[in-house]
Ligand binder design. Structure first.
Ligand code: DGY
Length: 333
């Protein structure tokens, strides 16, 4: 399963999947690269064995890099993930061991915001149901009350988490003539002034929004932030959009909210457990639109994410601080 290019006294990097674009060429010009060729993540035993000799690890969000793996990686200097989210990596353990952790923020902001908006539009105007209707031969006539959706213009969008992606979604929302509320850790004067976003506490945002879009990292504080109580506060006509991380939502609560029509619909690109099982009860609900964690999946963005992940690994192995390092204290000593 492994493709290896050997060289002399060059750093050795383990890459947990083949990467798009020219990233692997860049890596191989300066390091020995072991690339897992499988479609699925490498098994834990494979990863553990690779980390016995690796100076660097380039991984994906599907690879669980925990304290136990890190503790048994004697030469490891960097874990560079091809993602902005790094909840799959035990950053505290890495920091204790002096291992840098790098991620790829910024580059996927606009692409992810495009996709969040695509989900919002599709769910609001019932695109998947419309498409299924045509394919199933059920388009028999034009009918005044057939497949009625919700207007986007004039509606209120509640953005939970006004980081870079949240702000990019807010910009799109303004272009579509929406009112935008936001709930974030602090006030964002720039977004309020430039984008006309209005701050709201979490409960007020939920009860006033026609659409709620999540743009939060997964942390102990945000896990299951969207629970029965949160869905109960939303309008029965509301549509919930999640392109962030699945476990921010209690999926059992989402299932109840959708099945009982407590909310009108949801459009999610992420699931509590990924990949979602074929027989997951959520998939039986017509008011759920689901995609397989592809919000950043444009040709250009995924290539750039891969290049950045490789650049960060090379920087750290050369003793430099990666351009995007989440535990900079490793370089402070
Ligand atoms: C990320 O980078 O964290 C995204 O979820 C990948 O699209």
């Amino acid at each position: 399963m492994l493709a290896r290019i050997m060289g002399k006294s060059r750093p050795r990097v383990y890459v947990t999947r083949t990467l798009p674009g020219a990233a692997l060429e860049t890596l191989r010009a300066r390091a020995d690269a072991d690339v897992w060729q499988g479609e699925e993540p490498p098994p834990r035993a494979e990863l553990a064995s690779a980390l016995q000799t690796a100076d660097g690890l380039v991984c994906l969000l599907t690879d669980v890099i925990d304290a136990e793996l890190l503790a048994d990686a004697p030469r490891l200097r960097v874990v560079s993930t091809m993602a902005v989210g790094y909840d799959n990596i035990d950053v505290d353990a890495a920091t204790r061991l002096g291992v840098a952790v790098a991620n790829t923020p910024g580059v996927l902001t606009e692409t992810t915001a495009d996709f969040a908006f695509a989900l919002l539009l599709s769910a609001a105007r019932r695109l998947p149901e419309g498409e299924r209707t045509v394919r199933e031969g059920l388009w028999t006539t034009w009918s005044p009350a057939f497949l009625l959706g919700r207007d986007i213009h004039g509606a209120t969008l509640g953005i939970v988490g006004l980081g870079a992606i949240g702000r990019a979604v807010a910009r799109r929302a303004r272009g579509f003539g929406m009112d935008v509320l936001y709930h974030s850790r602090g006030r964002n004067a720039e977004a309020e002034e430039e984008l006309g976003c209005r701050p709201a506490d979490f409960d007020a945002l939920l009860s006033s929004s026609d659409f709620v879009s999540v743009h939060l990292p997964l942390t102990p504080e945000t896990r299951h932030m969207f629970d029965d109580d949160a869905f109960a506060r939303m309008k029965p006509t509301a549509i919930f959009v999640n392109t962030a991380r699945g476990p921010v939502v209690d999926e059992a609560a989402l299932l109840r909210a959708l099945a009982t029509k407590r909310i009108a619909g949801a459009a999610i690109d992420v699931a509590e457990v990924e990949p979602m099982a074929k027989f997951d009860p959520l998939l039986r609900l017509p008011n759920l639109l689901v995609t397989p964690h592809i919000a950043s999946a444009s040709v250009a963005t995924r290539s750039r994410m891969a290049e950045m992940a490789v650049e960060h690994a090379l920087q750290a192995m050369a003793g430099e601080r990666p351009s995007h390092c989440v535990n900079t204290q490793v370089f402070d000593a």
